[in-house]
Design a protein around this ligand. Structure first.
Ligand code: ATP
Ligand code: PRP
Length: 210
């Protein structure tokens, strides 16, 4: 049987995708009991490679995996939005510009923006004709305007709890995000049947692109 190698973003994405796989008929007990294992075979058909989100597309472009499951935030940041087969409609959140209540977006000086997403931030400010300085931060981005590291941040929000609990306000909406299934184009030719069997099964439970 042909094995489908799937680079799955570990952590939050993995937790949201496992129930979808189960609903589509894939027995995920191996994944649920994986402990610290990073490669898990499931149903003799799939080999899940548990990767960091920002590395998922590297496994695809280098031919190490056939399929990737990753947030559209990462695809947009990396400029790798092609070859998406399915919107899994989980991991839903939004890109926002946020800061403290004293932030004035109209103030005419070169602002400092803290973010994990420098390319998206650059594109957004270019689109509104503003030149900003971008400071790359790897996590807990909400800290930046609170400690004076940045005037504002571009980050993700889902429930709004993190912003609220840190007294931050939304100044602009930059677009929606969700988890996507992406194919390696070479695998799509070589393993077309296996890939579409999985895509069709998942599409029935997640709806696909709207
Ligand atoms: N608050 C959120 N609500 C819903 N989806 C989110 C949220 N935060 C992130 N995501 C989505 O889930 C993906 C993985 O997020 P996660 O927080 O696990 O990654 P991470 O910040 O890189 O974590 P780590 O550094 O611990 O690996 C993101 O790329 C994004 O698509
Ligand atoms: O609107 P909410 O539901 O509160 O979610 C938003 C938070 O979730 C993500 O952080 P994550 O938990 O991934 O931690 P991180 O700061 O280490 O990236 C994101 O960067 C926000 O901080």
């Amino acid at each position: 049987m042909t094995l489908l190698k799937i680079a799955l973003t570990k952590g939050r994405t993995e937790k949201q995708v496992i129930p979808l796989l189960e609903k589509s008929g894939v027995d995920c007990s191996g994944l649920l009991n994986k402990k610290r294992r990073l490669i898990v075979s499931v149903a003799d058909k799939y080999q899940f490679v548990l990767a960091k989100g920002s590395d998922v597309m590297t496994y695809l472009t280098n031919g190490a995996c056939d399929i990737g499951i990753v947030g559209s935030d990462i695809l947009e940041e990396q400029g790798r939005t092609e070859n998406q087969l399915l919107d899994l409609n989980v991991g839903k959140c939004r890109f926002i510009l946020a800061s403290t209540s004293s932030f004035d977006p109209k103030e005419e000086r070169r602002k400092v923006i803290g973010t994990k997403y420098p390319n998206i931030t650059q594109r957004y400010f270019e689109s509104i004709g503003e030149d900003v300085e971008i400071v790359k931060i790897e996590g807990s981005v909400e800290l930046a305007p609170l400690v004076g590291l940045a005037d504002a941040i571009v980050d993700l929000t889902e429930t709004g709890t993190t912003l609220k609990e840190n007294n931050l306000e939304i100044y602009a909406e930059l677009g929606p995000i969700s988890t996507r299934l992406v194919a390696n184009p070479i695998s799509l030719k070589q393993k077309k049947h296996e890939i579409f069997e999985l895509v069709d099964a998942l599409e029935n439970v997640c709806g696909g692109f709207e």
